[in-house]
Write a protein that binds this ligand. Structure first.
Ligand code: AHM
Ligand code: MG
Length: 334
């Protein structure tokens, strides 16, 4: 059973901006810089949502013919979404560094200093789904960048240091899910007024649900423990659900429960997903919602020490009981 508390009609209408100010007010010493960064992300989300909805009409579907630094085909909308985020965040004084899946190196905008942040993002995750009108998303992670001793590569911090994380799902509606370390809140874009409206506070992931989400097409090259888990799950009446866009798959797991995985494969020995702007923000959200997010049976994703901005990491996240079923098999078949 989910502990989510959806808001009823009698509850007051809270926009994302009001919510951010409400949370800021709980910290009298706060300068408001983080609020400005979050507000830039919300504006980006609205502009990207509009581009995604108009993609076919504006003829911006398909690839640009380039590969990004990960060796993947860049979709036209990947590039557009990246530009939108760089432009909106670039103007905010508090943003010192932006790092994106689509840029080889982090972009240094301002020097390290008090009240400065790094914003890391995947501008349009799962973008190959665009051509078929499937769900895609933006994922973001915010770290402090205020320690002069760490000005070189200061963005290479463990996920446990994130001050905020979230995603935007451009699906049948545009949904923004966010945490600043005080639980997970969910907002839906009301296109009529152009504002994100809070629809749920302090989301809690269901503790169990017989559902797993991974690309089973890679099964022949998974480590043995993952295959033993799949044998066990299928013998125990589990369902398989996989969109192939992390934001859409994790959103379903957050609301309905289950486990999402991207295991190591022969092609991607550390898994496919990127630590800094895919796995870490999702792990923070899932843990803040009472779930578990592991890279291996021994290591939380949030404890993985980063050594490169685009490094990859195996991902096992979701309902605590469901993650534990996977870990049991991984431990039994190391
Ligand atoms: P992208 O960032 O290039 O879009 O790739 C990441 C996506 C995730 O959204 C998704 O979970 C995964 O790749 C799907 O990969 P696969 O097609 O191997 O199952
Ligand atoms: Mg991605």
């Amino acid at each position: 059973m989910s502990n989510t508390q959806p808001l009823g009609r009698q509850d007051s209408l809270i926009t994302l901006q009001a919510h951010i100010l409400e949370q800021q007010a709980r910290f009298p010493e706060a300068s408001g810089t983080l609020s400005w960064v979050l507000s830039a992300l919300s504006i980006s989300a609205k502009i990207i949502a509009n581009s995604v909805r108009r993609a076919r009409l504006d003829d911006v579907l398909g690839s640009v013919g380039n590969e990004n630094v990960q060796g993947e085909q860049q979709q036209k909308l990947d590039v557009i979404a990246n530009e939108i985020l760089l432009r909106t965040l670039g103007k905010r004084e508090g943003v010192a560094v932006v790092a994106s899946e689509e840029n080889e190196e982090p972009v240094l905008l301002r020097s390290v200093g008090a009240g400065k942040y790094c914003v890391l993002f995947d501008p349009l995750d799962g973008s190959s789904n665009l051509d078929v009108c499937g769900g895609v998303g933006t994922i973001f992670s915010i770290l402090r960048y205020d320690n002069p001793a760490h000005s070189d590569n200061g963005w290479l911090q463990t996920g446990s240091k994130q001050v905020a994380a979230g995603y935007v799902l451009y699906g049948s509606s545009t949904v923004l899910v966010m945490t600043i370390g005080m639980g997970v809140d969910m907002f839906v874009l009301d296109p009529a007024i152009g504002a994100f409206i809070r629809v749920a506070e302090k989301l809690q992931i269901p503790s169990a649900n017989k559902s797993y989400s991974l690309n089973e097409g890679n099964r022949l090259t998974f480590p043995t423990g993952y295959n033993k888990y799949l044998d066990w799950a299928q013998a125990n009446g589990y369902s398989s659900r996989y969109v192939g866009a992390m934001v859409a798959d994790v959103h379903r797991i957050l609301l309905k429960g289950g486990v999402f995985m991207y295991p190591p494969t022969k092609k991607a020995p550390n898994g496919k997903l990127r630590l800094m702007y895919e796995a870490n923000p999702m792990a923070m959200l899932i843990e803040q919602a009472g779930g578990k997010a592991m890279a291996t049976p021994q290591q939380r994703i949030l404890d993985v020490t980063p050594t490169a901005i685009h490094q990859r990491v195996p991902v096992i996240l979701g309902s605590p009981a469901e993650v534990d079923h996977v870990l049991t098999q991984l431990n039994a078949h190391p």
